[in-house]
Design a protein around this ligand. Structure first.
Ligand code: M6R
Length: 607
């Protein structure tokens, strides 16, 4: 987690630019914020706990002198979100300032060693050891860049760091291991950041820094070297074709709402993924001895839905696994015949990457589906597909979920075709139906948003919700629950509906809201039975139904009616849309900020 940003300008003040860059990175963590600049041989720092706007209001983050600086927006790992723990962190003499994203596993040993050498620590963070380590090496009269390199060699764990020192007032030295770091290169300025949108308004030329590399930035440009052998690395900037406004709210009050509305467009893009990539991945899936679908959170729900798809269409049995459980559950049995299809929007989720690493060590094949070009997942996967959702800023995943489902559906259809398991007519129908999904989603948003908003008003004061579905609908139920819980903070449950009578039904009393996912598929009859069971015990039934489902309309207290006409295997995409909108409006009703749920961050890069 955490966002880092640094820049060197040929002229002008760096602090307002760093402040702007940090605003773009705020989704990565917003416990505290800080900026350090260098001017005329002095280090200047402002930092405090709280969101960027609040800290800026108190301290005026733009009012720091100098054309070089680094900044940080924090998601606390070591040390509570207090001012003293906010980055940048400094050495004993306030000559060096460090911003860091990641976790230093051996920081306790290093801290003891440095304290024994007389260093005084101010914070409870792991990061501060970096500043003192560099200070210690620099006592031997070595260059700043060499001191950063020596410090990095001592550190176990993950890091993306950017460091400045009054001893080298024209340089930012950065290094990366397992945490994202990219450069932005412009004519009169150079930037370093945790991700590309942070500097997109300034430049669209970007260089991805790889694990084990150190970079020196100056107003002459950048020099990349391997930390291990100090070899020079030549890497030219690539042009990024995201428009800067793609990362802005475009008139919507929140990124989440913008991203929900963007889904038709993004789903159209997802359908443009080149066949050669889909075909290659299909070939790997076809050959696999066993297939695990590995992911966390929303991406896991996409995997769960995909497991039904692969089974129903391609006759391929898969194991959907929550990434943080993978090593415990399958770490010993995974082998050269195993294939992992790993799904991660960010491509940087620590739990997911840990599962990947353990499988790779046992010679398994790793396939990746991600939204971020240059992410760690794209570098470790044998084959990867970029889902083409565009940057997602809202912490709650919405457009990336539906794009993941679209890609996974395309793969399942291709595999079905390859295996000859489904008739040509059926394949054609599935392919045509996939093409119609963007329009269907557009129609659902335009016709149902107001109704969902009213539903949220009606149920805003409920203390808990139950989400039930069957088959693929159970994956949608889980995703609807996650969305509601993470941004409205209402404790909720989701189950496959058939399982509800094995315990959870005891919760039901008069007025308990139960949301049913009711596509008109092979599960429809059984879902009606489950609705009856809940109704008989006094539950308030909210049903997401297909248009003209008169039977369920009769039973439900409230319903949202969607017109899909899709084959049953493609129902998850349209059915999740009302649930995303419901979570969004519930969050607003309860006075929350849906883009920045408490305790969460967009990219969870700690285990
Ligand atoms: O970047 P990833 O897809 O690997 O992220 C996985 C989860 O952290 C993520 O889906 C999370 O559950 C979302 N905030 C849910 O909205």
């Amino acid at each position: 987690m955490c966002g880092i940003f640094g820049c060197i300008l040929k002229k002008g003040e760096a602090a307002p630019i760093i402040h702007g860059g940090l605003k773009k990175l705020e989704y990565r963590g917003y416990d505290s914020v800080g900026i350090a600049t260098i001017d005329r041989g002095h280090l200047f720092i402002k930092k405090d706990s709280g969101k960027i706007d609040d800290v800026h209001e108190m301290h005026d983050l733009d009012d720091l002198p100098g054309r070089i600086g680094v900044g940080h927006t924090r998601w606390a790992t070591h040390g509570a979100p207090y001012q003293v723990n906010a980055h940048p962190h400094t050495d004993c003499n306030k000559q060096i300032a460090v911003v860091h994203n990641g976790i230093i596993e051996n920081f306790a040993e290093l801290k003891t060693e440095l304290e024994d050498l007389g260093h005084t620590f101010k914070s409870k963070t792991d990061t501060e050891v970096i500043a003192h380590l560099i200070e210690e090496v620099m006592k031997k009269e070595v260059l700043f860049v060499d001191a950063v390199r020596e410090a990095m060699k001592r550190i176990d764990g993950s890091y993306a760091v950017a460091v400045i020192s009054v001893k080298a007032p024209d340089q930012i030295v950065c290094a990366r291991k397992e945490s994202p770091l990219v450069l932005g290169v412009a004519k009169d300025s150079i930037y370093v950041a945790s991700d590309i949108p942070a500097f997109l308004p300034k430049t669209n030329k970007s260089v991805v820094i790889e694990d084990g590399e150190l970079v020196v930035l100056s107003d002459k440009g950048y020099e990349i070297r391997s930390i291990a052998d100090w070899n020079l690395v030549t890497r030219e900037p690539e042009l990024i074709d995201w428009a800067p406004e793609a990362a802005e709210k475009q008139g919507y009050p929140h990124f989440m709402l913008k991203e929900i509305h963007e889904q038709p467009l993004r789903l159209r893009n997802t359908l443009r993924i080149q066949d050669q990539y889909l075909d290659l991945m299909t070939t790997f899936l076809d050959r696999a001895g066993e297939v695990f679908l590995v992911a966390c959170g929303t991406s896991y729900h996409a995997c769960l839905a995909a497991s039904y798809l692969f089974s129903k269409l391609s006759f391929l049995a898969t194991h959907p696994v929550i990434a943080s459980e993978f090593v415990e559950q399958h770490g010993k049995s995974v082998n050269i015949d195993s294939t992992l299809l790993v799904v991660s929007q960010s491509g940087e989720t620590a739990d997911t990457l840990e599962a990947v690493e353990s499988a790779r060590l046992r010679a398994a094949t790793v396939l990746g589906l991600t939204n971020i070009v240059g992410s760690t997942l794209t570098r470790v996967a044998r084959v990867y597909i970029v889902q083409q959702s565009g940057p997602e800023i809202g912490v709650a995943a919405t457009k990336t979920f539906t794009s993941q489902l679209s890609v996974l559906s395309q793969l399942a259809i291709k595999l079905a075709k390859k295996r000859g398991k489904v008739s040509h007519v059926e394949i054609e129908d599935l392919e045509e139906s996939l093409e119609r999904i963007p329009d269907i989603v557009e129609e659902i948003i335009s016709s149902e948003e107001e109704k969902v908003k009213q539903l949220a008003k009606k149920y805003a004061d409920r203390q808990t919700f139950f989400f039930l579905g069957r088959g693929m609908g159970s994956a949608v139920a889980l995703e609807g629950k996650l969305k509601l819980m993470e941004i409205s903070y209402i404790p909720s449950l989701a189950y496959p509906a058939g399982e509800s009578k094995h315990g959870p039904i005891s919760l039901i009393e008069s007025g308990f809201p139960v949301i049913f996912i009711c596509p008109k598929d092979s599960t429809h009859r059984s879902i009606i039975g489950n609705i009856m069971e809940m109704k008989a015990r006094g539950a308030s039934i909210i049903a997401i139904i297909e248009k003209d489902d008169e039977e369920i309309k009769e039973l439900a207290d409230d319903y949202i009616e969607i017109d899909t006409g899709l084959p049953e295997v493609l129902s998850p995409i349209p059915f999740v849309i009302p649930l995303q909108l419901f979570a969004y409006y519930m969050s607003l009703e309860r006075g929350n900020d849906p883009d920045m749920p408490r305790n969460l961050a967009k990219s969870v890069t700690v285990k």
